[in-house]
Design a binder for this molecule. Structure first.
Ligand code: HEC
Length: 155
């Protein structure tokens, strides 16, 4: 993620340097800086409606229970809870690898994630299957995230 952000900065500096020739003309807002989407991507939050997730400690046990039920119904066919890849990656340490916003955007906005997010694209190259849109609401995705935290040993 650091490298991505650095790249973005480099790009920005590059743009500013190029614009320097045109004296008097002010930069258009479109080139003034990264868009909110670009910022989210650069920060490793992915792309989608989920901009900020508040995690609580201890875990919210009702969410864990609901999240497990959603997992059993909609995710277990492709995702194991250990580190073994089946169709998709195993979920062990997914909450360490990814920011909570990234995970929730991946679950609720998978098409755009696979089109725009570099990390999601790397997974696609590895798995060679596009995760289908499971029609998961933001609330349900939040519950699954809590179940993932529990699977990763958080209390
Ligand atoms: C038909 C198979 C399939 C189903 C069902 C499925 N996924 Fe996926 N999932 C994938 C694949 C494949 C990937 C890797 C990205 C890609 O290739 O599209 C993935 C990637 C992910 C990732 C990123 C994992 C990582 O290591 O960063 C998350 C999080 C995820 N899925 C969550 C879910 C959730 C939550 C559900 C259930 C609501 C679900 N998936 C259902 C196939 C599936």
């Amino acid at each position: 993620m650091k490298t991505l952000y650095g790249l973005l900065l480099l790009l920005l500096v590059g743009t500013a340097a190029c614009g320097g020739g045109e004296t008097g003309s002010s930069a258009s807002p479109a080139t003034a800086g990264p868009t909110p989407e670009e910022k989210m991507l650069a920060e490793g939050k992915g792309i989608g409606e989920v901009k900020f997730v508040e995690l609580k400690t201890p875990l919210e046990t009702e969410r864990v229970t609901r999240g497990k039920a959603i997992y059993d119904m909609k995710c277990a066919a492709c995702h194991k809870l250990d580190d073994k890849r089946v169709v998709g990656p195993g979920w062990k340490e997914v909450t360490v690898r990814r920011k909570p916003e990234w995970i929730m955007n991946m679950v609720t906005n998978v098409e755009m994630m696979l089109d725009k997010d570099e990390e999601a694209q790397k997974l696609l190259q590895l798995c060679l299957t596009r995760m289908p849109n499971q029609n998961v609401s933001i609330g349900d995705a939040r519950d699954v995230l809590e179940f993932m935290r529990s699977n990763d040993g958080e209390k």
